[in-house]
Design a protein around this ligand. Structure first.
Ligand code: ATP
Length: 241
């Protein structure tokens, strides 16, 4: 795909103290597309997500969001450019009801007057949350809590959503629901980086794939052309080098 890039990483390196986590990572996310960022445990997926949102500073390389160099910007400035990292740092308030959680989040984003419309949109996207609007969030299932945290952040569709292991620990039927919502968000114009260990749903949604292996890009290209990427997702001892 050749359109303008929403996100560009060029030669990105990153480290946690003396431990190098990313070496020369480069890829781009074309406007309106979904890129699946795959790799085994510890491959560096979350570090890439943190670099894109400003939580980890790259030690070398460029990170651009819609043409703006964000490598040295604080997280809130990057968020203002329309980059959203979910569900990182977005856990729900356990003692408040579903609706109170949503009202709080939406009030901050769109002001009090915008809340009813935002609630209607959230319940349309996640009917199950509508059914449970009076339930205390701490008593929701894990999948419902994931939906609540997604609904809280998606009232204003971002320019770029970094969906970080959204399916982790969820029942298959809930994963399907989450991915249906991601497809709708993509259709509304948001570009998405889907970070996943479990690849089936991610590949079904994605236009392009980037596979990380030990902090490097091992494979990248359109889903339709790459064929079977599963050998790259095996534990290190069984993986190609
Ligand atoms: P997972 O699927 O297990 O979350 P990942 O592909 O997201 O893995 P990262 O979390 O980016 O991988 O981790 C990449 C490497 O960086 C790993 O070796 C990990 O141990 C290390 N790492 C991650 N976070 C930190 C940290 N805060 N301090 C030190 N090392 C870290």
């Amino acid at each position: 795909m050749t359109g303008a890039a929403v996100l560009t990483l060029d030669g990105v390196q990153a480290a946690y103290g003396p431990f190098k986590a990313l070496f020369d990572v480069s890829f781009r996310v074309p406007q309106g597309s979904v890129v699946a960022l795959l790799g085994a445990n510890g491959a560096g997926k979350t570090t890439v997500a943190r670099v894109c949102t400003g939580l980890v500073r790259p030690s070398a390389g460029r990170v651009e969001v819609a043409g703006v160099d964000v490598a040295r910007l604080p997280t809130w400035r990057i968020a203002r450019l329309g980059v959203l990292h979910a569900p990182e740092g977005r856990s729900v308030f356990a003692t408040l009801t579903v609706e109170e959680n949503l009202e709080l989040a939406f009030g901050r984003e769109v002001g009090r007057r915008g809340v009813p419309e935002a609630l209607a949109r959230a319940y349309e996207l996640f009917p199950r949350l509508g059914e449970r609007r009076r339930q205390v969030a701490g008593t929701l299932s894990g999948g419902e809590q994931r939906m609540l945290s997604l609904a809280r952040v998606l009232v204003r569709p971002p320019r770029l959503l970094i969906a970080d292991e959204l399916s982790l620990g969820l029942a298959p039927i809930v994963v399907e629901e989450v991915y249906r919502v991601l497809a709708r968000i993509r259709d509304a114009g948001t570009s998405i980086v889907v970070v996943e260990q479990h690849v089936g749903h991610a590949l079904a949604l994605a236009d392009e794939v980037v596979v990380l292996n030990k902090g490097r890009v091992a494979l990248a290209g359109p889903v339709a052309e790459l064929g079977d990427v599963s050998e790259w997702l095996l534990p290190a001892a069984h993986r190609p080098d």
